[in-house]
Design a protein around this ligand. Sequence first.
Ligand SMILES: [Fe+2]
Ligand SMILES: [Fe+2]
Length: 135
Amino acid sequence: MSLITWTKEEFGTNVTVADEQHKVLFGLLNDLHDAVPAGDRAAIGAKLVALVNYVVEHFAEEERLMTATGYPDYAAHKAEHTKLLETCSGVAAKFHKGELDITHDTTAFVKDWLVTHIPNVDKHYGPYLNSKGIS
Ligand SMILES: [Fe+2]
Ligand SMILES: [Fe+2]
């Protein structure tokens, strides 16, 4: 069973590019989660890199939309992104040095972050970006 499933009710921001990227993000997190039980470090590492790279790409896109439109809560929003990326970079670096394993606790941490951040932080830019003609 998938760790995380995108639904419009829970995660819809009313901004198409964000919703599409969130769906991809969930897919990459599910892929990583599903790779954990077999314990193949090469496979897990590849999925971890794919997930972290996509998180970077997604955050950059959200930040681009927010700065382009002068979004008032940009700084606080970006600070949340930066904090998660610092955590993810630290985990990935330790994993690649062989100092840490990726477990279901790791994927649960990312899920918890997403299910908090998207409804409580991302959703707030929806009406603002819509008012600037982005939907
Ligand atoms: Fe997002
Ligand atoms: Fe965000």
